[in-house]
Design a protein around this ligand. Structure first.
Ligand code: M6R
Length: 591
């Protein structure tokens, strides 16, 4: 959470470069923003509350060759102008932007205050420029003072600092991502994520944990943060295009990404068969296979538990990544952990990985963001190949994750080609389903539901995690109170919530549990609920029906899509921006 972006080099429009670029990182946090520009021997800071996308870039067109910018998701200190980044040293020669949490900030702040430093904000970040300033009193070299300061910090961070005296940018990473874009004729771009600088270069260095860099705009040095020892670092050419990261003709990224599911299932299934077989063998031979993820990706893992049970009768253990450390006793060197993450940067997922590695277990990562920390640290990685997902609400990543997990289950059952065929057919039926009439139909339904305060969703088998996922989608973008349940659980409590006309979405397949869930829907209807069925067949109990193709074990992949569309239109009809829901950020890099 929080996006950071800095530029230093030959160009003299650093201010507009960083403001323009940081707008592409808005998904990482959007409660406040700020910029520091180096103007000769001065640092000019401007910061405020509100969204960076509302800021006029042209205002920052001043002669300037180094600048850093930030878009914030508040952790320490409320959403105020003073708490927005950058933060500066007392002498105003150092400016810092930060992503992460400095856990020992209170102690550091107290020590610095005793030395006369005055703090203007409530943030943990503000200790960093003051600490560097203090270290510069011991020896004035900016990079080494920065390195010594970082060694005093506890917690997770990506830090980018600018100094007027040395005229350089320095950065360090411990737990939060930082990527350097290199454009030989222009200079260096340092960002939390690639879209910030994709307009300028596709040549990148990924900073590793415990690594720092120093650049004056004409060359760059990488060093070990602990020892300060320099080392060479190879760059990588990435294939991402600017177009992939744009909204195109769509009003919102969320709708664009929902519609991309016409092709992303096929892209997810397009895996190297030998690699999938190797992974299936690793699962077969593992003494315990665990799956861990957060939020929507966790619901993909929950669905996978059913895939492994029904398709191959193989037991796997699923945990929310934030809870995973409590199960470390079950891990052995022979165990396998499968982590699933769109961003590849989620802090709780990274922690789960580190726990597994400490126990000597192997880690398979299923990610979308190639080059991300989770991708680079895993023993094996499978990409879902969905292309950049910008909307905070995860849509195409979920269905891609489920497709890959299902393909693994089929491969483990010795039926890779059967699984592939099923998933490709599912993709093609989704392509047909996602037509303008289908969208209009769901938009009309959203118009009838937009004033509702509560909504419940039930599912059974793999549709149970999709009921939980439906609730996340509706909650996060429309702010309607939504809850998902395992259909059989209704009678154990939740049915007490049902009143006359309470909307209840019922996710149905065409399988051995259909009769049970239809009975559960009938029980809801008997208590006054309005039943909105999602499934391949119309049942008499449905007041409304959202038709989806009949795709057998891949039903969860189809059933969630109309709910994604419904959540989108509920948000739009209620006047909310579905791409930037309140209180959230796309990439949750704090625990
Ligand atoms: O990047 P990840 O897949 O690791 O993210 C996990 C969750 O933060 C994410 O799925 C979140 O729940 C989405 N905003 C839900 O739409």
């Amino acid at each position: 959470m929080c996006g950071i972006f800095g530029y230093i080099g030959k160009r003299t429009d650093a201010g507009t470069i960083v403001i323009d670029g940081i707008k592409n990182l808005e998904y990482r946090g959007y409660d406040s923003w700020g910029i520091a520009q180096r103007q000769g021997n001065l640092i000019i800071v401007e910061k405020n509350t509100g969204k960076i996308s509302d800021v006029d870039t042209a205002r920052f067109h001043q002669e300037c060759s180094a600048a850093i910018a930030h878009t914030r998701w508040a952790t320490h200190g409320g959403v105020t102008q003073l708490n927005a980044h950058p933060h500066t040293s007392s002498d105003m020669h150092i400016a810092v932007v930060h992503n992460g949490i400095i856990e020992n900030n209170e102690l550091l702040r107290k020590n610095l205050q005793e030395k006369g430093h005055i703090f203007l904000s409530d943030t943990d970040t503000e200790v960093i420029p003051h600490l560097i300033e203090e270290e510069q009193k011991i020896s004035s070299d900016f990079a080494s003072a920065f390195q010594r300061a970082c060694k005093k910090l506890e917690g997770r961070y990506a830090i980018l600092a600018m100094n007027t005296k040395s005229g350089s940018l320095v950065a360090a990473r411990k737990g939060s991502p930082l990527i350097v874009g290199v454009a030989k004729d222009q200079g260096y771009f340092i960002a939390s994520d690639i879209p910030a600088f994709l307009n300028y270069t596709r040549t990148v260095h990924y900073l590793d944990d415990g690594e720092m860099l120093v650049t004056d705009g004409s060359s760059i040095l990488f060093a070990d943060l602990e020892s300060g020892k320099e080392h060479p670092k190879r760059h990588i050419k990435i294939t991402r295009t600017v177009e992939e990261t744009q909204k195109g003709d769509f009003d919102h990224f969320m709708l664009k990404e929902i519609m991309e599911q016409k092709e992303t299932i096929a892209r997810a299934v397009n895996q190297n068969e030998e690699q999938i077989r190797t992974i299936a063998d690793a699962i077969k031979n593992a003494q315990g296979t665990f799956l861990a993820a957060c939020g929507t990706a966790h619901k993909a893992c929950m669905a996978a538990e059913y895939f492994f049970s029904v398709i191959v009768q193989h037991h796997v253990n699923v945990a929310s990544a934030g809870e995973f450390k409590l199960f470390h006793h079950f891990l052995k060197p022979e165990s396998l952990l499968i982590v699933v993450s769109q961003s590849g940067e989620t802090a709780d997922v990274l922690e789960a990985m580190h726990i597994a590695k400490l126990k000597g277990a192997k880690v398979l990562a299923i990610v979308n963001n190639e080059g991300s920390t989770i991708d680079r640290e895993a023993d094996f990685t499978l990409s879902i190949n969905a292309g950049p997902e910008r909307a905070v609400a995860s849509t195409k990543a979920l269905t891609g994750q489920m497709a890959v997990l299902m393909l693994i289950a089929y491969t483990l059952a010795g039926k890779l080609h059967e699984g592939k065929t099923l998933l490709l057919e599912t993709g093609s039926m989704i392509n047909d389903m996602l037509n303008p009439r289908y969208l209009e139909r769901i938009k009309a339904l959203a118009q009838t539901l937009k004033e509702e305060e509560d909504c419940y969703i039930i599912g059974k088998s793999w549709n149970f995690p999709m009921a939980l996922e439906s609730a996340i989608k509706i909650q996060e973008v429309s702010y309607i109170h939504a809850e998902g349940f395992a259909a059989a659980e209704l009678k154990h409590g939740p049915i007490a919530l049902i009143e006359e006309n309470t909307p209840c979405l019922v996710l149905v397949g065409n399988d051995e549990v259909t009769v049970d869930i239809i009975n559960n829907a009938i029980e809801l209807k008997a208590r006054g609920a309005k039943i909105i069925g999602v499934g391949p067949a119309r049942h008499a109990v449905f007041d409304e029906w959202l038709k989806v193709p009949d795709v057998g074990p891949a039903q969860a992949i189809c059933n969630i899509i109309p709910i994604q569309i419904l959540a989108y239109y509920l948000a739009v009809e209620r006047g909310k921006n579905p791409d930037l829901p309140r209180n959230l950020a796309k990439s949750v890099t704090v625990k």
